[in-house]
Each structure stands twice: as structure tokens, then as C-alpha cells.
Design a binder for this molecule. Structure first.
Ligand code: ZN
Length: 228
């Protein structure tokens, strides 16, 4: 699925490598509660490999034989400079672009893994599990912590959150992540989903937007079995 995907900023294809995607779970209290998870006292981190990256606009491809696949709509941050144990001002300078993406999650499989206290990778990191929009430079977007995150499924609004409700805002989140993993140019950070997640079906039409700046329309298609 990585084939053909490149990071795009303000309409221009970048030459950045495709890096890892560091994700935060349960960064909105209402979403933690809807899945009966405790509201965490510090960020819950996991990583998707670059083979999970895919283009959000047009079509996304999900496994159709592994149980429910949920959408989680999230602000995505494109890293432009290395960050190791960084400060907030270093984090701010390293944000090259901001976009919107889906942290696709095989929810039934994740539940099985959670029940066995096993890692979630098979549920979160499959090929194509991280479709993402084009990015805009942060100055085009304005205040990072006042952005509207929306997903409509077949014309019905299902997620409508605001980044003001993040438990850990973007810059402190980058600082936190960089205490554990170096972030490199071309890496992405997915910043958690607001409430309203739910299952996708083949043929669903999605409209995903970030405030009035980014709009993506996409259709859900079945991934070929042999591709998994
Ligand atoms: Zn997520």
C-alpha cells in the first residue's frame, strides 16, 4: 500500500522519506470512555510501520475477513526535523505539516489481543492501516489546539471533535514521544481520535475534514486477500 504514497505539503510532493507513524491512544476522554477504557494519566503510545501509509483521498482498502474494521479520525503531524528529548519550542519548529488521517483498527482482533495482554500491532499496523490526507503548513491552519475534526459516513456525521479536547496537546505530545523515540524527518504523529468511532463496510462513502482547510472524500474497498 505504500507504493505510490508520498508526503505532500501545500500541494507539493516532498522528497521526505516515509517514516514510522507514532500514534497516541485515548487522547480524548470521551473516546476512552466509549470503549470502556480508563482515561489515562499519560499518553498511550504505539507505532505503525511505513507500510501502513496510504492515500486517504479516493479509496481506502480494508481487510474484509478479520472482523470489524473501525475508523478513528485523527489529526496527523508531519515531522520535518529530528527530535530527541526535545523542548516544546523545538517540537514547534519541527512541525512541517498538519493533516487528517484514519487510524484504521481491526477492533475485534484488537479486543482479542487486549484480552490476552498482547500487543496490538496486528490490529493496527496492517498494510494500508494509516490512510492520510495531504498536509498543510501549520501557519495556514492557525491554532493547532482549536481545529475541528469531522468524519461523515454515507452523509451522516459520525465524528465531530475539536483538538481543544486533547488530553495531551500536540506540542507536549511530541515532547513526550521524543523522550522514548527519536522522531525523524518524514515520520508522522497521529494525535488520537475524538469519540464516535465505528465500523466500516465495503462501499461506504467517507467525508473527512480538518476545519475548513482539508476535505477528503473516499470510498471503502475490500483489500485483496493475498495482499495481507
Ligand atoms: Zn487512534
Amino acid at each position: 500500500m505504500t507504493q505510490g504514497y508520498q508526503h505532500i505539503v501545500d500541494g507539493d510532493m516532498t522528497s521526505l522519506p516515509l517514516g514510522k507513524v507514532v500514534c497516541v491512544g485515548r487522547n480524548y476522554a470521551a473516546h476512552a470512555r466509549e470503549l470502556n477504557n480508563p482515561v489515562p494519566t499519560e499518553p498511550v503510545l504505539f507505532i505503525k510501520p511505513n507500510t501502513a501509509l496510504a492515500t486517504l483521498a479516493g479509496a481506502i482498502y480494508i481487510p474484509s475477513h478479520l472482523g470489524e474494521c473501525h475508523f478513528e479520525t485523527e489529526i496527523s503531524v508531519l515531522i520535518g526535523q529530528p527530535l530527541t528529548q526535545c523542548t516544546e519550542s523545538q517540537a514547534q519548529a519541527a512541525v512541517l505539516g498538519v493533516g487528517i488521517g484514519l487510524d484504521l483498527t481491526l477492533r475485534d482482533l484488537q479486543q482479542q489481543l487486549k484480552d490476552q495482554s498482547l500487543p496490538w500491532e496486528k490490529a493496527k499496523s496492517f498494510d494500508g492501516a494509516c490512510p492520510v490526507s495531504e498536509f498543510v503548513s501549520p501557519d495556514r491552519l492557525g491554532e493547532l489546539q482549536n481545529q475541528q475534526i469531522r468524519l461523515s459516513l454515507n452523509q451522516q456525521l459520525r465524528q465531530d471533535g475539536n483538538s481543544a479536547d486533547m488530553l495531551t496537546p500536540v506540542l507536549p505530545l511530541l515532547v513526550y514521544i521524543s523522550q522514548f523515540f527519536t522522531l525523524l524527518p518524514g515520520d508522522l504523529v497521529f494525535t488520537g481520535t475524538p469519540a464516535g468511532v465505528g465500523p466500516l463496510a465495503i462501499g461506504d462513502q467517507l467525508d473527512v475534514s480538518l476545519s475548513e482547510v482539508i476535505h477528503c472524500r473516499t470510498e471503502v474497498r475490500a483489500k485483496k486477500r493475498e495482499a495481507l
